[in-house]
Design a protein around this ligand. Sequence first.
Ligand code: BJ8
Length: 424
Amino acid sequence: MSDYTQMWKDLGLNLEAHDMLLNVLGNAYKDIYLSQKDRPEGMGYFDFVMSEVHGLRIKELLDEKAQGRKIIGSYCVFVPEEIALAANATLVGLCSGADFAVEEVEKYLPRNTCALIKSSFGFKLGKVCPYLESADMVVGENTCDGKKKAYESLGSLVDNLYVMDLPQMKSDGGKALLKNEYYRFKSAVEKLTGVAITAESLKNAIKTVNAKRAAIHRLSELRSAKPAPISGLDALLANQVFFYDNPARFTESVNKICDELEKRIQDKKGVMAEKTPRILLSGCPMAVPNWKLPWIIETSGAVIVGEESCVGERGTRNLVDESGDTIETMMDSIVDRYFKVDCAIFTPNQDRLNHVAQMAEKYRADGVIHYSLQFCQPYIMESIPVEKALEGKDIPTLRVETDYGMEDAGQLKTRVQAFIEQLG
Ligand code: BJ8
């Protein structure tokens, strides 16, 4: 790996803390990812991406910036990448998947705040995230109460924070609000980049993001095969990298893996034995490097065959209709697509209950593990109706609440193992 020290210094990172983070990340990746057996060869690309996650990719983004392109950071799948791309900006997901600078964070947030929100503050306060430091605009959103209130404080730490208002009900009024907000976002991005979105640039952006989602859909479909051709950990990694890789290169790399998996399926070659219990994971998003629960599940004798999550199918489901020819019709199609995202902040949220059951069936899951981050009210509350809906279809369900720490790993493993044994 090249030496990026000067680049990180120029971005204002705390080099010592950043080294520590990279060390932890590298070791975790080695233990969790590289120790897996029978990985598709195409995962080599993602291993490379991870090894260069704060290096080469950041250099690429900074090179883009030097040529006048703007970088927009986002914490939520409601922020439409199509609009950013159409205005000559690059959208990157801001991870928030590890604890950092906890003591500092608790000067801004109560202890009982979900780990994802705390992590976003920790990365900023600890000065360890080159994506955040490269961003010309950071987009927050009014989703759960935790995020909503946290952005009030984040605004004092990040000088380019833009907050998007989001609906809480799937009503006509809710959709009108989303439409209004997407137009407001469009204006803000155009102002940031100095580039007016045209029908042509928007159409191209829609096609680029659709291709990326379609590649992930293809990967998901292949996971319904028995035996499962790829581990849940590897598929999760592809879903995580979705948020910050170059879109065209990502699409190509995922499609390459899919070609390889199709061959595996033909040869009846699985990543684990055919009788391995199959798990659908449902719940809160899992940002890099939050691999704890999938790792526990897949080292306890099961394979994960789908993620009902924003870092997974909830985030990538549905394409934007490509048939529009004017900015207005394309903006409507964008609103239509995003309005279907069934985040637990919506009430009522029957769509999500239906989707979890449909996914369990489609991916031939033997059971569902519902994962909530501690203190995440929307997903913890909704885990009960999810469990009831699944019980009604005789799908065994385990509800788990955890955080980013490893203190509960032993206890979690015991519960997960007991659940998997029951499936077996
Ligand atoms: S669309 S899931 S990415 S908001 S875990 S911060 S909900 S207390 S992340 Fe999300 Fe957008 Fe919804 Fe998806 Fe709050 Fe819960 Fe924390 Fe969460």
